[in-house]
Design a protein around this ligand. Structure first.
Ligand code: AQP
Length: 333
């Protein structure tokens, strides 16, 4: 039976990349009627330092973002990871299944630990084993994510296959990544070869879900582009990463395709296209940010939603963890 799981780290404010690459598609999957479980992965967030007060605020803000963008806590299970201890418990078992070599090859590890791996947290290294636990704890079959998470999902499949093989069972499913749409990789507005990220030190590199209309318009006006006009078909974006990025964003925000967008705007200069993009971004994002701000006025209600979601998540996770312990040979008495 199909079941969707995905998560986002409360490691900063939500960006347009998180919205287009993840949340927008979370909503589509919910609305298609498949059972959906969406997590605020606070245990993942602390793999790099988080100020406790900021972590609390970002957890609530991300939850508000989920709801404001169209996730319905009655139809989807929404919760924060640390309230379901089974995630950490299964992650330990997967730490003993996954191999050091697999982890060392992860590009996110290499990017985030950089040259100073000696000083990175052990949790950052083990991050993909916890992610495998998040997904497999629910026997999730489909995981909507952005392009940057593809390698971690392959590792999740490797963990499931090795566990099944080592214990001679057919217990954990081999999950399918769902990486689709025009904006599976939204790039930095300052550098079309770098992904838009909530932890980029430059605020001008990203559009935050909480940016107001003027800020959005200004960031798009200043976005890096090249001097050429827009091409009339996708092939003309070859070798033009900054131009491609803005067209991809336009296509994703308008639920269209790059080819369809270029049929309309091909031949225009960026001086004309950028205000169109800014208007579209404001029209799509401002209802969400207004609703987020409204929800944030009642943090107790957000916490209640997370608690309720956690109880429902545990009801699914707990029997799967118990069965895992049994397979591994742990006595339950
Ligand atoms: N630029 C992006 N384009 C498309 N999808 C993106 N995602 C993130 N950035 C982009 C997708 O959002 C989901 C949640 O990501 P995450 O918060 O778990 O971590 P991340 O991928 O590392 O995102 P950030 O914004 O770059 O956070 P930091 O800076 O804290 O690492 C995932 O599905 C991801 O693919």
């Amino acid at each position: 039976t199909p079941r969707v799981f995905s998560g986002i780290q409360p490691s900063g404010g939500l960006t347009l990349g998180n919205y287009l690459g993840a949340i927008k598609r979370f909503v589509q999957m919910q609305d298609s009627g498949t059972p959906t479980i969406y997590c605020v992965v606070d245990l993942h967030a602390i793999t790099v330092w988080q100020d406790p007060a900021a972590l609390r605020r970002q957890t609530r803000e991300l939850t508000a973002g989920y709801i404001a963008a169209g996730l319905d806590p009655a139809r989807s299970i929404l919760f924060n990871q640390s309230q379901v201890p089974e995630h950490a418990q299964l992650a330990w078992i997967f730490n003993c299944v996954a191999r050091m070599g697999w982890m060392g090859r992860m590009t996110q590890w290499k990017d985030k630990a950089g040259k100073n791996a000696e000083n990175a947290s052990l949790g950052l290294f083990a991050y993909p084993a916890l992610m495998a636990a998040d997904i497999l704890l629910y026997h999730a079959t489909h995981v909507p994510v952005g392009e940057d998470q593809k390698q971690h999902l392959e590792l999740t499949r490797d963990v499931a296959a090795k566990f099944n093989h080592d214990y001679g069972v057919d217990f954990f499913p081999i999950t399918e990544p769902v990486i689709e749409g025009a904006a599976t990789r939204v790039m930095s507005l300052r550098d079309g070869s770098k992904k838009m990220s909530k932890s980029d030190p430059s605020d001008a590199s990203r559009i935050n879900m909480t940016d107001d209309a003027d800020t959005i318009a200004k960031k798009i006006r200043k976005a890096k582009t090249d001097p050429e006009a827009l091409p009339s078909e996708a092939a003309g974006l070859e070798g033009r990463p900054d131009a491609r990025n803005l067209v991809n964003i336009y296509a994703a925000l308008s639920d269209s395709t790059v080819d369809a967008v270029l049929r309309d705007v091909g031949g225009k200069q960026f001086s004309e296209f950028k205000p169109m993009l800014a208007d579209l971004a404001v029209a799509r994002l401002s209802p969400i940010s207004t609703e987020m701000a409204r929800l944030m006025q009642d943090p107790a209600e957000i916490d209640r939603i997370l608690g309720d979601g956690a109880a429902r998540a545990r009801a699914i996770a707990s029997p799967i963890l118990q069965k895992t312990y049994e397979i591994v040979g742990m006595i339950r008495s």
